[in-house]
Design a protein around this ligand. Structure first.
Ligand SMILES: Cc1ncc(COP(=O)(O)O)c(C=O)c1O
Ligand SMILES: N[C@@H](CCCC[NH3+])C(=O)O
Length: 416
């Protein structure tokens, strides 16, 4: 059940009124539901049950410390792509030994820090990275646990910008080259081959592309085993989609059941790196209507939230539901483009939306818990929004609104 429902005609996050939050903290504002994060994470662990597993939340999706702490308390692992994300996980009480380190451009200092804290595995994305990791680990006198992220060349049937498992994408090692590089990894100092990793894209609504990729990965694992290289875990990445509009995505339970079936009597530990399917529907973005501009051909609602706060509509033409916080309105219904104050034609959060609204009304952009605040910028010197975590009838500020002064902290004019 959604954590964001109308109570007495007004949208609430769990038992907290969004109108009250906007009044207290201002807009634009991100609001999260703790129980929604928890339930979405538990959907994975419950489905995995007794099967040896690690569910590593993809930190890039929502790296707020309150969010990471909520998941860390449930025993979650984390998938990181930078040292900044690793430090966030540690600051939030996450266990570094449950961290997998992904990303195509890991720097030596990032590898060093990850080795120092003892991450679970490095998901290595190229031969050159493998050599660097071997050198860094040997220098430190440590052994780096590694998986190769293989690119299985399957079509994830998603938006081209968020597809990652095709030959044309920059991610991973060509699966046809993987045996050779695994043999090389097995012979390099400072490395311990642990697993195989694969992530084919994001917002996948069908299970078939995942299973196609899994079949190719299993063929690779069998071949490796024939050559004396034994794999302990399979990391199947993230990618499961959510319902933004009318999608009917598979549930984690359906997806995991299909994976288990495909594995047959193989008993590898399974690692998943879900992001969107845990976070998207655990958050909303609240914005206020500043002005209505009714033109002959087009009606605009100018809102105080913009592309710098939530870039998905501008970047991917992504559609997210936008609903009034108050259910009752005496206004006539009109069709609006919802546009922000940023000086870009692409600055919109929604187009052609039928709404009964007036200036001053609050709107909630739904499914904004994933790839929302984390992709926010200071474009047009706009401070980033505050983030609130609701827990039952309580609300906590888990990140304060950026002040104007903080926008140029660390900058300087030129000397005389
Ligand atoms: C390596 C890796 N793991 C996990 C994820 C999380 O994906 P999603 O949010 O689609 O679950 C991503 C993002 O696509 C990724 O690149
Ligand atoms: N930022 C993207 C997803 C990126 C996936 C990361 N590999 C989105 O909002 O849909």
């Amino acid at each position: 059940m959604s954590a964001f429902l109308y109570q007495n005609g007004s949208l609430h996050a769990e038992n907290v009124s969004l109108t009250a939050l906007a009044k207290e903290h201002g807009t634009p504002l991100y609001v999260y539901s703790r129980s929604a994060f928890e339930q979405a994470y538990l959907a994975y662990t419950v489905a995995l049950g007794e099967w040896p597993h690690l569910v590593c939340f993809a930190v890039k999706t929502n790296s707020n410390l309150g969010v990471l702490n909520t998941l860390a308390r449930l025993g979650a692992g984390f998938d990181i792509v930078s040292i900044g994300e690793l430090e966030r996980v540690i600051a939030a009480g996450g266990d570094p030994s449950k961290v997998v380190f992904s990303g195509v451009g890991k720097q030596a200092h990032e590898m060093q820090r990850a080795l120092e804290v003892g991450v679970h595995c490095f998901n290595v994305e190229s031969e050159a990275e493998l050599e660097r990791l071997s050198a860094v680990a040997s220098e430190l006198g440590k052994t780096a646990p590694v998986s190769l992220r293989v690119n299985p060349d399957v079509d994830a049937q998603t938006h081209p910008y968020i597809s990652t498992g095709l030959k044309d994408n920059k991610f991973g090692i060509d699966i046809n080259d993987a045996v050779r590089i695994y043999e090389k990894a097995a012979g390099l100092p400072g490395l311990n081959v642990k697993g195989v990793d694969c992530h084919i894209g994001s917002q996948l609504t069908e299970i078939d592309p995942f299973l196609d990729a899994l079949d190719r990965v299993l063929a690779l694992v069998d071949e490796l085993s024939g050559r004396g290289i034994t794999i302990e875990h399979l990391d199947l990445g993230g990618g499961l989609g959510v319902r933004y509009q009318d999608e009917q995505p598979a549930t984690p339970a359906e997806y995991i059941a299909a994976v288990k079936e495909r594995l047959g009597d193989r008993t590898f530990k399974l690692i998943f790196e879900p992001g969107r399917s845990i976070a998207a529907n655990a958050g909303v973005f609240l914005t206020q209507v500043e002005f209505l501009k009714l033109n002959e051909h087009k009606n605009f609602a100018i809102i105080d939230g913009a592309m710098n706060d939530l870039i998905r509509p501008a970047l991917y033409s992504a559609w997210q539901a936008i609903v009034p916080v108050s259910e009752t309105s005496a206004e006539p219904e009109r069709t609006y483009d919802l546009v922000g104050p940023v000086c870009e034609t692409g600055d919109f959060l929604g187009k052609d939306r039928p709404l009964k609204i007036a200036a001053g009304d609050l709107l909630a952009v739904m499914s904004a818990g994933a790839y929302g605040f984390v992709m926010a910028s200071n474009y047009n010197s706009r401070g980033r929004a505050a983030e609130i975590m609701v827990d039952g009838d309580k609300a906590f500020v888990v990140r304060e609104r950026e002040t104007v002064a903080s926008l140029f902290a660390g900058e300087s004019c030129l000397p005389d």
